[in-house]
Design a protein around this ligand. Sequence first.
Ligand code: NIG
Length: 396
Amino acid sequence: MAVNPAATVITGIGELTTNTAEFGVMRDAAIVVEGDRVSWIGPAESAPEADHRVDVGGRAVLPGWVDSHTHLVFAGDRTAEFDARMSGIPYSAGGIRTTVEATRNAADETLAANLRRLRAEALRQGTTYLETKTGYGLTVADEKRCATLASDVADEVTFLGAHVVPPDFSADTYLDLVCGPMLDAVADHVRWIDVFCETGAFDAAQSARVLEAGKSRGLGLRVHGNQLALGPGVRLAVDHGAASVDHCTHLTDSDIEALAASTTVATLLPACDLSTRQPLAPARRLLDAGARIALATNANPGSSYTTSMSFCVTTAVLQMGLTIAEAIHAATAGAALSLAHDLSAPGAVGVLRPTATADLHILDAPAAIHLAYRPGVPLTWSVWHRGAQVFGPPVG
Ligand code: NIG
């Protein structure tokens, strides 16, 4: 067999999760990586020869996590608010204004350094693809600089000017700004528009106005909805054909039916539910009804200060009734679907198949179920991003 000098063959894979019907979960598998792509997957005994070989010693290999919901452009933290919450003070959208003030007062370098720190923290825990949002600037200039800084670090950026109404505005006057000059200022730097449709933020009519403005500028649609109580967010997202409705903590049967009959992905944020002392989102009911789900961290300083996708997967299995395969799918392929990706396209993320991006998360465990079996143990052994190992022991 000819030796491919540009390829690395990864062997000794105890269990390989591919998220594809054709390869499924394989034991004693091998993967060949060429450049930034996977070029071959199959049983180890028929792996092609390659110049470079890496033996991962019987460990489990998964696609890198896809974190499809984060708010990483911020300054300051909200330790005191969190501490008070743990003593019984309920979470409300109003706390967002604390971070808005700190973010407006921070220099670009401070925001950029914080973004890089959190992106690096996520990467070394296996997150190889990440979305992040604006939403702590809420002036034209601050939303624009947040969008610009985010686009230097994140794979995809969402405009969340409609996060809350800042002081000194009525909701409608503020939305004139969001849907006009603010949208003009950020549109070239973002792929998505989002709105926080919740009591204390924006109602259904106001949220629809934001989505329609974004759509007319060619942006994809996302909605924060049904986080703190039942509400119109899910219906709004489905009716507008949004790619994702995020939180989905409080859902009626008819919300679940609407999601199941749509292509809108329900993005569940278990770390946020725990950190805000809400019930966990009804993942099992959603899957049983036929809805599509994603899991994401919602990393932000107020409601969910974690970049750990592994923690979200662990929680989904231990507390939300998912199997490990369902939870991994939601945190990888499901999250990519929530970002409207085609999982069979060349360069796909969230799946492992020939032509997919070679983003690998290798666990220091023989099987992925250890993420739930050994909760809290840092199991990330090695991370490959776009065909190169970026975290882990020296290879080859
Ligand atoms: O997704 N829900 C709205 N936005 C964020 C919270 C941000 C904050 O509290 O700072 C979220 O939870």
